[in-house]
Design a protein around this ligand. Sequence first.
Ligand SMILES: Nc1nc2c(c(=O)[nH]1)N[C@H]1C(S)=C(S)[C@@H](COP(=O)(O)OP(=O)(O)OC[C@H]3O[C@@H](n4cnc5c(=O)[nH]c(N)nc54)[C@H](O)[C@@H]3O)O[C@H]1N2
Ligand SMILES: Nc1nc2c(c(=O)[nH]1)N[C@H]1C(S)=C(S)[C@@H](COP(=O)(O)OP(=O)(O)OC[C@H]3O[C@@H](n4cnc5c(=O)[nH]c(N)nc54)[C@H](O)[C@@H]3O)O[C@H]1N2
Ligand SMILES: [Mo]
Length: 759
Amino acid sequence: MSKPTKTSPAYSPPAGGWGALKSSAKHLIKSENATKNVKALLRANQPGGFDCPGCAWGDSADAGKVDFCENGVKAIAWEATSKRVNAEFFQQYSISELQQWDDHSLEKSGRLTQPMYFDGKSDHYQAISWDDAFSIIADNLQNLPSPDEALLYTSGRASNEAAYLYQLFGRVLGTNNFPDCSNMCHEASGIAMTSSLGTGKGTVTMEDFDEADAIFVFGQNPGTNHPRMLGTLRKASKRGATIVSINNLQERGLQQFLDPQSPKEMILFTGTNISQYYFTPRLGGDMAILRGVAKSLFERFKDDKTVLDSDFIAEHCHGIKAYQLSIEATSWEKIISQCGLSRQDIEQITDIYASNKKVIFTWAMGITQHKHSVATIQELVNVLLLRGNIGKSGAGACPVRGHSNVQGNRTVGINEKPSTEFLDALDNHYAFKTPRNQGLNTVESIHAMLSGKAKVFIALGGNFAAATPDTARAYQALQQCDLTVQISTKLNRSHVITGKKAIIFPCLGRTEIDSQQSGEQCITVEDSMSMVHSSTGQNEPASHHLRSETAIVAGIAKASVGEHIVNWTNLMNDYGLIREDISKVLPDFFDYNQRIKVGRGFHLENRAAQREWKTTTSKATFSSALLPEKLAHEVAKEFTDKPILTLQTLRSHDQYNTSIYGMDDRYRGIYGERRVVFVNADDMAKQQLKNGDKVKITTLSNDNIVRSITDFKVVEYTIPAGCVAAYYPETNPLVPLESTADNCGTPTYKSIAVSIEKI
Ligand SMILES: Nc1nc2c(c(=O)[nH]1)N[C@H]1C(S)=C(S)[C@@H](COP(=O)(O)OP(=O)(O)OC[C@H]3O[C@@H](n4cnc5c(=O)[nH]c(N)nc54)[C@H](O)[C@@H]3O)O[C@H]1N2
Ligand SMILES: Nc1nc2c(c(=O)[nH]1)N[C@H]1C(S)=C(S)[C@@H](COP(=O)(O)OP(=O)(O)OC[C@H]3O[C@@H](n4cnc5c(=O)[nH]c(N)nc54)[C@H](O)[C@@H]3O)O[C@H]1N2
Ligand SMILES: [Mo]
């Protein structure tokens, strides 16, 4: 279906608007620090202020305008809570008891305030000094038969400075084992774009959104996960750009948005229509849609030579012949059956695509978390290339990143497969030999822990136990380690699913003042548009015991590998020195310290955006991959007689990944609960299910591992037949560790074959 319904059945007002204001106010008041948080908010995403720890959308350059959203408010209020998890808390609650708490209750307990140690003997964490904790880590690391038995996980909220120091520490220790959240997130975008375009990053800037004629939003729910992007889309829609959404759910934010920052819209209660066209394919159907668009473009080209940008293709691209053959080998029947849209829908998408000169494609997890994600993103790029939509203003590829600095973490070296160029630069600058073997990604790390090949696990932020797939095995993996270490702001699952011994380091959050020996520090981050800017915390720290992530990494490093190669103490005392080191190792960061002082920071050059192709062919390269032979449900059909449904696991409006702020999902009409499964009316009828029935969900796999979760409530929903949806992380027990994307390693969180049965 091509036109959006005027109202979604679950929520009739436009997204944003008074609902967002009301919810923001509620979260500010509940945080018990309302005045402080309001002050902090006015500094969010402003020069001299801090970068909102919410998402990685670019900052608005409109002077004088506040730049935060409802979910940014939640992220800030969540960090600035007045509740504390201190030594008394851990005396009161044993680890076994805390294991019984749900994710919301764990994090709601408040901010961690002092280093804690679980010695494996008692069932309680005990307070420990920073230095004693650093020595325990050093002992464990030094006793490993190989440094590759250590795993250094990173979640994408860490600053460039902390992440750079962390990767340097790992490499001085002798390992490239840097599993990170990116392995579960946009990894496929990086891999696909690097092979096609020679860059793993988006080719657009915020200014391109002001010039685009059409913007296609694939597999993304910005109303919840990148609300500031709705401001950008609203602006584009108002000036007449065509916006097309491709999503198997009718997400409210993609239909209509009422900007809480527009007094006129608020008073008149008139939202802006965001998407003029809305298509709802089946899960995993996007590559087939794009293949259909390409096929239609080639068919049209026979009569109309302007349909393809032949000059661009001739001058800049490689592999058009092989791609054309691959398209010819793909039948319309296959395309239609795999995407679940009609031929007419595909022709309509092609009409829109071909009639607009400057087109941007954006995408997120609905595209990256499938078995064929890499091929799908290459197909997105193929279609862009066919009309020269890379490297011209108002056009390009825009993978919308998740964590606020996940892109920056990768740039400064958090990568289990670092480039030789980067390692050579480290060797030269610090005069040592970096390890050259590839490290382990997130899923490989779990396998390594399970098989006893990795023994020490350190996490710079995040919640590995809850975010990773196959929960039972992920827990077992962590529990088999000799030592697990978490550097965190708030209590979560990964603190209570411990190794034989465990340490918790409490750290400063992004919103807090970071004072080191040389004075107050700023940190830097990179957004989805490759803008690097500084962030300066404004709030008093939650406790004077807290240390910054950078200082904690320096403490671990100094104790474990000494200071003969890197002077960790100096770097920790003045983050400007870390930035100087970065600019020596990564030349794109020239004049780093100077350039972050100007305006909103600087843009890291994107070669593909300048039509300079760092690929193996030195051209933008068409991928000629065929459509997947079978999607998840077709594979399952080979070994089960049960009714098969494909499950996508996604975020509610009241969560930040594994941090559960509340139990509502306003835009989808869910209040006070999270254990729900969204099902199509026909599928419900087939299985004689009624709204509100309780069901058990079971993964259909042929590996003899039973994966079930139970007590989920059925909610009838507008979702393509055969597809169901439920929230993450409650559904992670269903995702097999072996079910990962081809050539990539990202778990297939958006297409798991399951069956549901009434309990
Ligand atoms: N408030 C808030 N902000 C966040 C986060 C958060 O949890 N809360 N998380 C951050 C992080 S780390 C990330 S990665 C991003 C995530 O941002 P999103 O990618 O928007 O997150 P998901 O909730 O996983 O939503 C996936 C969307 O893709 C659609 N979808 C699923 N499968 C398919 C498919 O096969 N095809 C198509 N076309 N659509 C599909 C779903 O219906 C849904 O709308 O947000 C970041 N920002
Ligand atoms: N089923 C399913 N699983 C998924 C996904 C999915 O869509 N479906 N999405 C995947 C994606 S896209 C991602 S990115 C991962 C997310 O995986 P992670 O990044 O590992 O998880 P988060 O939930 O973001 O981490 C939350 C924790 O980070 C800590 N924290 C918060 N702020 C800070 C800070 O400033 N510093 C430090 N040191 N710690 C801090 C807090 O203790 C908090 O409990 O999950 C993945 N898992
Ligand atoms: Mo993510």
